[in-house]
Design a binder for this molecule. Structure first.
Ligand SMILES: Nc1nc2c(ncn2[C@@H]2O[C@H](COP(=O)(O)OP(=O)(O)OP(=O)(O)O)[C@@H](O)[C@H]2O)c(=O)[nH]1
Ligand SMILES: [Mg+2]
Length: 435
């Protein structure tokens, strides 16, 4: 199934000034339109230096032209890239020229959508393109890159294969078997379907925590005044983000810093120390601290080893995991080996803290996640598992065949091999234009 036949155009490089800016065309008229802007195109996949002209023939810029004949191109259609100077004004003029000549402005993700529709990649790979572009840490980029190389399909393929085997078994019996005899294969199909359902459950359980590499998390530092929240913020962010003084009640506003912890994109949030206060400004800060904690994905409750009796009145937030850490370990040697002891001053214990955060998220060490995970992947896999779980030894062969068919269908949806129209809008809307 092919996408719209019209030729689309977009600036593929980010908005703003850069060394190089790329205009991209794809579609049946891409070569013709690019030829009218840049003159005769170089042979496919070879760079050629050309002047770039607008629709009136006025010189706009000059640069490299790259043409890719379909179907061996990103979208599977004829594609041309014009690489000029990275000036938004020039790129805008070239884009306008292409539109005047008959191209249409591409929607976000439309190049990749066409690649999917033309069979250049499956749906999980198309999603991986967006995840790769938006990756905030090297780990997230590695996972998305593996997805783009087909790692999800590789994982799902053996499951789909086993379902197909089971369908063959049970359907052969339905077609050719004696209907009044007891089913010969039903017990085996039920046993293998049950095993498969459990392995899909285990796969989903392993995949689920890895969503955090794509979505990122908000991590709030919460505690009484003066325990060292801002000092820890600065230490973890490796920058002087927050003011630190020996005065209790220094931090008033909510401060945020983007950092990476064990490959997880983290928005680190420093908050005002929680206490009863008569100071109007501090009270607003404390109110904001409580809201920030309520909106966090995880809370680091900071305690002070030099004043172990001091504890903040933490808001009751069911569902948000709280990790308690003891700061100022440099001033109080020894202590329980189980407590997370850190020092914002010396950096002691911070590696253990990072590992504890990772563990709290369910990302154990070993059995590393290989590809990026989206909620949609978890939903379709869980759906397949539900159908497989329904198959029990007492099931009628017809029912077994139906559940297997539904499970297979869920996996086909996962890779976009079926019923994908409804999904496309939702998935490609998350892209940037020009990709
Ligand atoms: N020795 C030592 N001092 C620390 C440590 N962490 C923080 N401090 C000191 O404790 C004092 C308070 O630190 P802050 O980081 O401002 O504490 P806070 O929790 O942000 O305080 P508020 O913003 O007032 O709620 C400062 O004098 C810091 O230098 C630590 O690990 N060791
Ligand atoms: Mg502070």
């Amino acid at each position: 199934m092919a996408g719209d036949a019209d030729t689309i155009v977009a600036v593929a490089t980010p908005p703003g000034v850069g060394g190089i800016g790329v205009l991209r065309l794809s579609g049946s008229r891409a070569f013709e339109l690019a030829g009218r802007i840049a003159g005769p195109l170089p042979p496919s996949r070879r760079a050629g230096h050309r002047p770039f002209r607008d629709s009136e023939g006025l010189l706009v810029d000059d640069g490299l032209v790259l043409a890719f004949s379909g179907p061996a191109s990103y979208t599977g259609e004829d594609v041309v890239e014009l690489q000029g100077h990275g000036s938004p004004v020039l790129l805008q003029r070239l884009q306008e020229a292409a539109v005047r000549l008959g191209a249409r402005l591409a929607r976000p993700g439309e190049f990749t959508e066409r690649a999917f529709l033309n069979g250049r990649m499956d749906l999980a790979q198309a999603e991986a393109v967006a995840d790769l572009i938006h990756a905030q840490t090297a780990t997230a980029a590695r996972l998305a890159r593996n997805s783009l190389d087909g790692a999800l399909a590789e994982t799902v393929e053996p499951i789909a294969g086993e379902i197909r085997d089971l369908r063959v078994l049970i359907e052969a019996e339905i077609d050719f078997g004696e209907t009044d005899l007891e089913s010969a294969v039903a017990p085996e199909v039920a046993r293998r379907a049950g095993e498969l359902a459990r392995s899909v459950d285990a796969l989903v359980a392993r995949m689920r925590p890895a969503r955090i590499f794509t979505t990122g998390m908000r991590l709030a530092l919460v505690g009484a005044p003066n325990v060292g929240k801002s000092s820890l913020m600065n230490r973890l962010a490796d920058a002087e983000v927050a003011i630190v003084t020996e005065v209790a009640g220094t931090t008033r506003d909510v401060l945020r810093a983007p950092i990476a912890i064990e490959g997880i994109p983290v928005e680190l949030i420093d908050t005002a120390g929680l206490r009863d206060s008569d100071d109007a400004v501090e009270r607003i800060g404390i109110e904001r601290a409580r809201s920030a904690a309520a909106a966090a994905d995880m809370i680091l409750e900071i305690r002070d080893l030099t004043r172990p009796e001091v504890r903040a009145d933490l808001p009751d937030l069911p569902g948000i995991p709280v990790l308690r850490i003891w700061n100022k370990a440099d001033l109080v040697p020894g202590g329980s080996p189980h407590a997370l002891r850190v020092s914002a001053v010396t950096g002691e214990g911070l590696d253990a803290l990072r590992s504890a955060i990772r563990a709290e998220l369910g990302l154990g060490t070993g059995n590393e996640q290989r590809f990026s995970v989206r909620a949609r992947h978890l939903e379709t896999l869980s759906e397949a598992a539900v159908f497989l779980h329904r198959i029990v030894p007492e099931s009628l062969p017809d029912m077994m065949a139906e559940e297997l068919r539904l499970a297979e269908r869920a996996l086909e949806q996962l890779l976009g091999r079926r019923d994908h129209e409804a999904l496309l809008g939702a998935i490609f809307a998350g892209f940037c234009i020009g990709k």
